[in-house]
Design a protein around this ligand. Structure first.
Ligand code: AMP
Length: 190
Protein backbone atom coordinates (compact mmCIF):
# COMPACT_ATOMS: atom_id res chain seq x y z
CA UNK A 1 0.00 0.00 0.00
CA UNK A 2 2.77 2.42 0.92
CA UNK A 3 4.67 1.60 -2.21
CA UNK A 4 1.56 2.42 -4.28
CA UNK A 5 1.22 5.76 -2.50
CA UNK A 6 4.87 6.58 -3.17
CA UNK A 7 4.50 5.86 -6.88
CA UNK A 8 1.37 8.06 -6.93
CA UNK A 9 3.27 10.96 -5.33
CA UNK A 10 6.24 10.43 -7.64
CA UNK A 11 4.00 10.81 -10.70
CA UNK A 12 1.87 13.64 -9.34
CA UNK A 13 4.42 15.89 -7.66
CA UNK A 14 6.60 16.90 -10.61
CA UNK A 15 3.53 17.98 -12.62
CA UNK A 16 2.07 19.91 -9.70
CA UNK A 17 5.46 21.54 -9.08
CA UNK A 18 5.77 22.59 -12.72
CA UNK A 19 2.27 24.10 -12.71
CA UNK A 20 2.96 26.10 -9.53
CA UNK A 21 6.48 27.17 -10.48
CA UNK A 22 6.66 30.90 -11.25
CA UNK A 23 9.02 31.63 -14.12
CA UNK A 24 9.49 35.20 -12.90
CA UNK A 25 11.29 33.74 -9.85
CA UNK A 26 14.03 32.66 -12.27
CA UNK A 27 14.56 36.11 -13.81
CA UNK A 28 17.25 38.12 -12.03
CA UNK A 29 17.19 41.92 -12.04
CA UNK A 30 20.61 43.51 -12.55
CA UNK A 31 20.71 47.23 -11.89
CA UNK A 32 22.65 49.57 -14.15
CA UNK A 33 23.65 46.92 -16.71
CA UNK A 34 24.90 47.33 -19.41
CA UNK A 35 24.53 51.07 -18.80
CA UNK A 36 23.53 53.29 -15.87
CA UNK A 37 19.74 53.50 -15.57
CA UNK A 38 18.97 50.12 -17.22
CA UNK A 39 17.36 47.36 -15.13
CA UNK A 40 18.58 44.29 -16.99
CA UNK A 41 16.40 41.17 -16.99
CA UNK A 42 18.92 38.35 -16.65
CA UNK A 43 17.40 35.07 -17.88
CA UNK A 44 20.44 32.88 -17.11
CA UNK A 45 18.94 31.50 -13.84
CA UNK A 46 15.94 30.34 -15.89
CA UNK A 47 18.16 28.81 -18.58
CA UNK A 48 20.21 27.05 -15.92
CA UNK A 49 17.27 25.29 -14.28
CA UNK A 50 16.00 22.27 -16.26
CA UNK A 51 12.40 22.54 -14.99
CA UNK A 52 12.18 26.31 -15.56
CA UNK A 53 13.69 25.93 -19.03
CA UNK A 54 11.14 23.24 -19.91
CA UNK A 55 8.22 25.28 -18.54
CA UNK A 56 9.34 28.40 -20.42
CA UNK A 57 9.62 26.39 -23.65
CA UNK A 58 6.12 24.98 -23.27
CA UNK A 59 4.66 28.41 -22.40
CA UNK A 60 6.32 30.01 -25.44
CA UNK A 61 4.84 27.23 -27.59
CA UNK A 62 1.41 27.77 -26.00
CA UNK A 63 1.48 31.41 -27.21
CA UNK A 64 1.74 30.16 -30.79
CA UNK A 65 -1.02 27.57 -30.51
CA UNK A 66 -1.71 25.69 -33.74
CA UNK A 67 -0.65 28.48 -36.13
CA UNK A 68 1.37 27.17 -39.07
CA UNK A 69 4.98 28.37 -38.90
CA UNK A 70 7.56 27.81 -41.67
CA UNK A 71 10.47 29.70 -40.10
CA UNK A 72 11.39 30.88 -36.63
CA UNK A 73 13.59 33.97 -36.74
CA UNK A 74 15.70 34.37 -33.58
CA UNK A 75 17.43 37.65 -32.75
CA UNK A 76 21.10 37.69 -31.69
CA UNK A 77 21.95 36.58 -29.21
CA UNK A 78 19.42 35.81 -26.49
CA UNK A 79 16.72 35.06 -29.07
CA UNK A 80 18.77 31.99 -30.03
CA UNK A 81 18.29 30.15 -26.71
CA UNK A 82 14.63 29.31 -27.25
CA UNK A 83 14.45 30.11 -30.99
CA UNK A 84 16.10 26.88 -32.12
CA UNK A 85 14.17 24.73 -29.68
CA UNK A 86 10.76 26.12 -30.61
CA UNK A 87 11.62 25.83 -34.31
CA UNK A 88 12.32 22.13 -33.83
CA UNK A 89 9.07 21.63 -31.86
CA UNK A 90 7.07 23.51 -34.52
CA UNK A 91 8.65 21.51 -37.36
CA UNK A 92 9.95 24.84 -38.73
CA UNK A 93 13.36 26.04 -39.87
CA UNK A 94 15.46 28.35 -37.70
CA UNK A 95 16.86 31.61 -39.07
CA UNK A 96 19.38 33.73 -37.14
CA UNK A 97 19.27 37.52 -37.35
CA UNK A 98 22.71 38.80 -36.39
CA UNK A 99 24.62 41.99 -35.78
CA UNK A 100 26.43 43.52 -38.73
CA UNK A 101 29.32 41.51 -40.21
CA UNK A 102 28.61 38.17 -38.48
CA UNK A 103 26.75 36.29 -41.21
CA UNK A 104 28.97 34.71 -43.89
CA UNK A 105 26.70 34.75 -46.97
CA UNK A 106 24.92 37.60 -48.82
CA UNK A 107 22.69 39.57 -46.46
CA UNK A 108 19.82 42.02 -46.30
CA UNK A 109 20.41 44.60 -43.57
CA UNK A 110 18.41 47.10 -41.57
CA UNK A 111 19.80 50.00 -39.54
CA UNK A 112 17.71 51.28 -36.65
CA UNK A 113 17.98 53.98 -34.01
CA UNK A 114 19.17 53.29 -30.48
CA UNK A 115 18.98 55.71 -27.56
CA UNK A 116 22.46 56.86 -28.57
CA UNK A 117 23.46 56.13 -32.17
CA UNK A 118 22.35 53.30 -34.45
CA UNK A 119 22.72 49.55 -34.83
CA UNK A 120 22.49 47.25 -37.84
CA UNK A 121 20.94 43.79 -38.05
CA UNK A 122 21.32 41.32 -40.90
CA UNK A 123 19.64 38.22 -42.29
CA UNK A 124 20.81 35.93 -45.08
CA UNK A 125 19.05 36.97 -48.26
CA UNK A 126 17.89 33.40 -49.02
CA UNK A 127 16.88 32.47 -45.43
CA UNK A 128 13.19 33.17 -45.98
CA UNK A 129 11.15 32.22 -49.04
CA UNK A 130 8.39 34.50 -50.32
CA UNK A 131 5.14 33.57 -48.57
CA UNK A 132 6.83 31.89 -45.59
CA UNK A 133 4.87 32.17 -42.34
CA UNK A 134 7.41 33.52 -39.86
CA UNK A 135 7.56 33.64 -36.09
CA UNK A 136 9.87 36.35 -34.71
CA UNK A 137 11.32 35.38 -31.32
CA UNK A 138 13.48 37.34 -28.87
CA UNK A 139 14.03 37.20 -25.12
CA UNK A 140 12.85 40.73 -24.26
CA UNK A 141 10.52 43.29 -25.89
CA UNK A 142 11.64 46.66 -24.52
CA UNK A 143 11.18 49.76 -26.74
CA UNK A 144 10.43 47.59 -29.77
CA UNK A 145 13.13 49.10 -32.01
CA UNK A 146 14.95 45.80 -32.46
CA UNK A 147 11.81 43.80 -33.24
CA UNK A 148 10.55 46.48 -35.66
CA UNK A 149 13.85 46.27 -37.57
CA UNK A 150 13.60 42.46 -37.70
CA UNK A 151 10.00 42.68 -38.97
CA UNK A 152 11.28 44.89 -41.81
CA UNK A 153 14.00 42.35 -42.67
CA UNK A 154 11.49 39.48 -42.72
CA UNK A 155 9.02 41.42 -44.87
CA UNK A 156 11.71 42.58 -47.29
CA UNK A 157 12.56 38.89 -47.82
CA UNK A 158 8.88 38.20 -48.62
CA UNK A 159 7.94 36.55 -45.31
CA UNK A 160 4.70 37.07 -43.43
CA UNK A 161 5.17 37.75 -39.70
CA UNK A 162 2.60 35.58 -37.93
CA UNK A 163 3.61 36.55 -34.39
CA UNK A 164 6.24 38.61 -32.56
CA UNK A 165 6.97 36.32 -29.64
CA UNK A 166 8.94 37.13 -26.47
CA UNK A 167 9.82 35.48 -23.21
CA UNK A 168 9.52 38.91 -21.47
CA UNK A 169 7.67 42.11 -22.32
CA UNK A 170 8.47 45.37 -20.48
CA UNK A 171 4.99 46.91 -20.77
CA UNK A 172 6.04 50.32 -19.41
CA UNK A 173 8.30 50.87 -22.45
CA UNK A 174 5.33 50.36 -24.82
CA UNK A 175 7.31 48.48 -27.46
CA UNK A 176 4.00 47.55 -29.07
CA UNK A 177 3.75 51.04 -30.55
CA UNK A 178 6.61 50.09 -32.92
CA UNK A 179 4.91 46.83 -33.93
CA UNK A 180 1.49 48.07 -34.94
CA UNK A 181 -0.71 45.61 -36.87
CA UNK A 182 1.30 42.66 -35.57
CA UNK A 183 0.31 39.91 -33.20
CA UNK A 184 2.50 40.32 -30.10
CA UNK A 185 2.72 37.72 -27.34
CA UNK A 186 4.90 37.30 -24.26
CA UNK A 187 5.12 34.76 -21.44
CA UNK A 188 6.14 37.17 -18.62
CA UNK A 189 5.17 40.83 -18.41
CA UNK A 190 6.48 43.58 -16.11
P1 AMP B 1 14.36 47.06 -27.71
O1 AMP B 1 14.86 47.26 -29.11
O2 AMP B 1 14.45 48.32 -26.89
O3 AMP B 1 12.99 46.45 -27.67
O4 AMP B 1 15.36 46.07 -26.98
C1 AMP B 1 15.26 44.70 -27.20
C2 AMP B 1 16.59 44.03 -27.23
O5 AMP B 1 17.47 44.52 -26.24
C3 AMP B 1 16.42 42.55 -26.97
O6 AMP B 1 17.23 41.84 -27.89
C4 AMP B 1 16.87 42.36 -25.54
O7 AMP B 1 17.73 41.23 -25.44
C5 AMP B 1 17.61 43.62 -25.16
N1 AMP B 1 17.07 44.30 -23.97
C6 AMP B 1 16.50 45.52 -23.95
N2 AMP B 1 16.17 45.89 -22.71
C7 AMP B 1 16.52 44.86 -21.92
C8 AMP B 1 16.43 44.63 -20.51
N3 AMP B 1 15.91 45.52 -19.65
N4 AMP B 1 16.86 43.45 -20.03
C9 AMP B 1 17.39 42.52 -20.87
N5 AMP B 1 17.52 42.68 -22.20
C10 AMP B 1 17.08 43.85 -22.73
Amino acid sequence: MFRGANIFLFILLPNTFLQKMRLSDYIRDIENFPKPGILFKDITPLLGDASAFAKATSEILALIGDQKIDKVVGVESRGFFFGGIIAEKLDAGFVPVRKSGKLPYKTVHETYALEYGTDTLEIHEDAISPGDKVLLHDDVLATGGTAAAVVKLIERCGGEVVQCNFLIELLFLNGRKNLKNHNIAAVITY
